[in-house]
Design a protein around this ligand. Structure first.
Ligand SMILES: C[S@@+](CC[C@H](N)C(=O)[O-])C[C@H]1O[C@@H](n2cnc3c(N)ncnc32)[C@H](O)[C@@H]1O
Length: 358
């Protein structure tokens, strides 16, 4: 490039963007520290503890004070904890505790950072996939993806599934109360099935997933929750899962991960009773990229780049819908599979909930 071709730099714009990138730089390294705090129980030890010193926190968590003090410096600089210089104490406010310490809170985000930690661990694999165009199967990821995803999604399912999403479907709660047959396709570690099984003891639930280790963990979780008599889990793909006449088939945050979502939806339609319902939960997204240029869209495009899209490309057909497909594209997939009625039944800032009927 010659001097004549050098772009003109607007200093104000440059300064603003450097400022933004510096905030992101702090966020990127703090994400790692959040995950470390999550793994070591540092946030849980601080929740409700009031102002404490680094020595007390280290002693309560069996960790080394020097590391904990440095970690606390990062946490204070990021606004996660309040530092009091007068007595060198640190406090985790109740609101922050809901996001980083309390797994039952609807806004708990520890699982998101565990998921992202798995992505950093796998980044060499993604670089290679960009070069070759090859897919990266779900089973090929760092194991924290599986535990991270269930911890990321479970709070939303616990908050909304039984109280809002199922009641938004036509006639489904009545069937679940009297005894319905339900399949949960791409169930992962089974959180959604277990939450439904806890609420509807007369119904039977079967979760299917291609990932055998997830199915084993789901079975253990169902036994732990005491619902394994009516919630079971089997290894199967979305295109060949067994059974027919289901009153309800659910797909939670998994259709866009599949290589052949049309084939999966076609099998689901065939497996439904004539008056059965498909509950499709997908990330909340507008129909075009320009509608998703916000913090949630930014996160989903990021996760989709390294998890969902490569996962789909690793399977037959390899459609690569992406996590931000949007309602219009999803409805096209469902109609292509033979569903005639598709409507948005509910939504949250993170999810759209579609109802589809044969
Ligand atoms: C993002 S995870 C969601 C898991 C679970 N539904 C949840 O909400 O916690 C996507 C899941 O889809 C599963 N999956 C991907 N392709 C599949 C296929 N073709 N058939 C069945 N399961 C599939 C993966 O193994 C993974 O467990």
């Amino acid at each position: 490039m010659t001097t004549a071709e050098l772009p003109t730099i607007d200093d104000a714009k440059l300064e603003a963007f450097v400022g933004q990138a510096v905030v992101d730089m702090g966020a990127a390294i703090s994400g790692l520290l959040l995950h470390i705090g999550d793994r070591l129980g540092l946030y849980k030890a601080m929740a409700g503890a009031g102002p404490i010193t680094s020595a007390t926190l280290a002693q309560r968590t069996g960790t080394a004070e020097r590391y904990v003090r440095e970690w606390l410096g990062n946490q204070a600089a990021g606004g996660y904890v309040i530092y009091n210089p007068a007595d060198s104490t640190y406090e985790l406010p109740a609101e922050q505790a809901m996001v980083v310490a309390n797994e039952d809170s609807p806004v708990f985000l520890g699982g998101a950072f565990e998921t992202i930690a798995s992505c950093y661990a796998d980044h060499d694999v993604f670089v290679e996939a960009f070069r070759t165009g090859a897919g990266v199967g779900w089973q090929d990821h760092d194991h924290r993806l599986f535990s991270g995803v269930v911890r990321l999604f479970r709070p939303g399912y616990a908050a909304h599934l039984v109280d809002e999403w199922l009641p938004a479907l036509d006639g489904v709660v009545e069937k679940l109360r009297s005894g319905a047959s339900v399949a949960d396709v791409g169930c992962g570690l089974g959180a959604s099935s277990i939450i439904m099984a806890e609420a509807f003891e007369r119904s039977t639930f079967v979760g299917f997933d291609i990932h055998e280790p997830s199915i084993r963990t789901a079975r253990a979780a169902a036994a732990e929750a005491g619902v394994n008599q009516w919630a079971r889990f089997e290894v199967a793909t979305a295109k060949d899962f067994p059974g027919n006449g289901y009153d309800l088939v659910c797909v939670f945050d998994a259709l866009h991960d599949m290589g052949d979502p049309v084939g999966a939806a076609r099998r689901i339609r065939q497996a439904l009773a004539p008056d059965g319902t498909l509950l499709l939960v997908e990330p909340n997204a507008g129909d075009a990229l320009e509608h998703n240029l916000n913090p949630v869209g930014r996160t989903y495009y990021g996760l989709s780049t390294v998890i969902c899209t490569p996962g789909s490309l690793a399977q037959e057909v390899g459609l690569g819908l992406g996590a931000q497909a949007g309602e219009r594209r999803l409805a096209i997939v469902l109609r292509e599979a033979g569903f005639t009625h598709v409507r948005r039944a509910a939504e949250t800032p993170f999810n759209i909930i579609l109802e589809a009927r044969p």
